[in-house]
Structure formats: C-alpha cells, structure tokens
Design a protein around this ligand. Structure first.
Ligand SMILES: Cc1cc2nc3c(=O)[nH]c(=O)nc-3n(C[C@H](O)[C@H](O)[C@H](O)COP(=O)(O)O)c2cc1C
Length: 197
C-alpha cells in the first residue's frame, strides 16, 4: 500500500557540496543540498538558494561561483558552513578550510574538497522564497588520489562523497556498486518473454 505524504521537497539521496561566492579578497561559502546537474551541453549546474544567503550576494556581485564536493569524512565542516553565516564569522578560517585560486573564474576553490567545479551564472529564476541559480561549468578539478587508473575520470569510491538525507537530517556515504549503467538494462530485453514479465 502507498501512503500519500503531500507536496515534498525531498529526493533520495541529495549531494551536499560547499558553494563558494566572491573573490580572494572577500569570499563566503555555504552548504547546498538543493543542487544538481541541469544540463550536459553546455555542462550546467542548478541550485536553489534562499534570497537571504550572504553567499548569494557575493555570487551576484561577480556572476561566478564554485562547487566543492566534500568527502563523507568532512561532514562536520560542511554542517558548520550550513548553520553559520558569513555575515557573522569568517567560516573558511573558523572551519580550517583553505580557499585557493581556480583556473578560469575569480571565485576561489576549497582546497580540502577533492572535486571542484568552476561556474559562471547563466540564469536566475525566482521560485517562491528561493532563487534558482543556473551556472555553466567552465572548468573542473580533481585531486589525483580520487582518479581512476586512466587518470582522467573520478573514481566515486575513492572520492567517497558526502550524501545528505533531508527528511531524517542524516549525512551518509555511498553504498557499494550494484550494476553498470547503460548496460544492466539490456539484460531485460534479452530475457525470455515469460521471465521479463
Ligand atoms: C545540509 C544542509 C543543506 C543546505 N542546503 C541549502 C540549500 O540548498 N539552499 C540554501 O539556500 N541553503 C541551504 N542550507 C542553509 C545554508 O547553508 C545556511 O543558511 C548558511 O548558513 C548560509 O550561509 P551564508 O549566509 O554565509 O551564505 C543548507 C544547510 C545545511 C546544513
């Protein structure tokens, strides 16, 4: 039996990166769970930010931001950046995070996060109390120790990204690989008709 739960703002799971706005002179960062890839071409990311976020003001000033994916072991610093405002405290300094220059945009990256995206804002859409910010991903960076043997792709197991479960307010890590994408589905068409039913 299904139970109706009403309108919901939850998907399972959600990523929870640190998004940085500003420049080397003045930057702020916050935890963002309402974020995802919006398009593959041009590669784009979308995120919903409350209009009141200090970091959003800095993003608007430069039209740029960076997305910094933490390891599961970094839950405490991510949570800290999600419960304090840059209006009150220098969060990066307090959390022991190092802001380092990227390659393309003026907004810095978080050195301690092993995977980073540099983005330029392309759209801003008002949605209720939130602003949907869409940015084109103009560069990406990965620590060498999270790359697979080809040296060109991120190994998700090595990255071990932080995962967020909104309803129960849990931080988690990824589970094991269960199947190969764009491949396991073929086994259904290959089955005998009675097995596929
Ligand atoms: C797990 C988690 C996820 C969050 N996701 C979002 C989000 O998607 N959008 C948002 O506007 N705020 C989100 N927040 C809240 C901001 O990170 C928080 O208000 C932060 O203190 C804002 O910092 P700032 O004022 O320095 O920009 C989240 C907080 C936590 C702890």
């Amino acid at each position: 039996m299904k139970r109706r739960l009403g309108p919901s703002d939850r998907l399972y799971p959600m990523p929870c990166p640190l998004v940085v706005g500003g420049t080397a002179e003045e930057a702020d960062l916050l935890a963002v769970a309402w974020i995802g890839i919006a398009a593959g071409s041009p590669p784009s990311v979308s995120m919903a930010l409350r209009d009141s976020r200090h970091t959003l003001g800095l993003i608007r000033r430069t039209g740029e931001f960076t997305v910094n994916v933490p390891r599961a072991s970094q839950a405490a610093v991510v949570d800290y950046c999600g419960i304090t405002s840059g209006r009150d405290v220098d969060k990066a300094a307090a959390a022991g995070l190092t802001l380092v220059p990227g390659a393309v945009v003026a907004t810095p990256l978080v050195a301690e996060c092993p995977y980073n995206l540099e983005c330029r804002v392309t759209h801003e859409v008002d949605i209720g109390h939130y602003v949907l910010v869409v940015g084109e991903i103009v560069e990406s960076h990965a620590d060498e120790d999270i790359l697979d043997t080809s040296g060109t792709k991120v190994d998700a197991g090595l990255l071990d990204p932080l995962v967020y479960i909104a309803g129960s307010r849990e931080y988690r890590s990824l589970g094991p690989v269960v199947a190969e994408a764009f491949s396991i589905g073929r086994t259904i068409g290959a089955r005998e008709p009675e097995q596929a039913r």
